[in-house]
Ligand binder design. Structure first.
Ligand code: ZN
Ligand code: ZN
Length: 147
């Protein structure tokens, strides 16, 4: 199936080639709160080759204290962040779930960094949650990636 999305102004559009509607995770870390201007970020993890974007994209590269480089892709015109890659995870792209056209159909199957979750936000019972980052294999299971 092909899943489509784009930025707020419409100049950047992208497609995801996936077998099933993607599962998503919510990150409640304070960096994601600042970056999204919201309580958490909702993300779709895909392989980079499943993602095809067109339009004017600009890149913001941020090097973390551990030396990992995160490359954030955003619309050059309206600055909507669309997706990022990270030098620590080659071949993987993390897409901002709210930019999907049919984001209303998405479900969240994992919560990470709940230690800094906003106190008013109640998480659904039975959805895996971790106080900080999740172990990669448990995260992959929750998102049904590579299995
Ligand atoms: Zn735009
Ligand atoms: Zn985060």
């Amino acid at each position: 199936m092909t899943i489509e999305g784009g930025c707020r102004c419409g100049a950047v559009r992208y497609t995801l080639a996936l077998d099933d509607p993607p599962r998503t995770y919510a990150c409640h870390c304070t960096d994601c709160q600042t970056w999204s201007g919201s309580a958490f970020s909702q993300q779709v993890v895909v392989t980079e080759d499943a993602l095809h974007a067109s339009g004017p994209i600009t890149i913001y590269a941020l090097t973390s204290s551990s030396g990992r480089i995160s490359r954030q892709r955003m619309c050059e015109i309206c600055h909507t962040r669309i997706f990022n890659t990270n030098s620590a995870r080659p071949g993987i792209a993390v897409v901002r779930a709210g930019t999907l056209d049919r984001s209303n159909e998405l479900i969240v199957t994992a919560h990470i960094w709940t230690r800094s979750k906003q106190p008013w936000l109640e998480l659904a019972e039975g959805v895996p949650a971790w106080p900080e980052a999740a172990p990669p294999e448990e995260m992959a299971r929750a998102l049904r990636i590579g299995c």
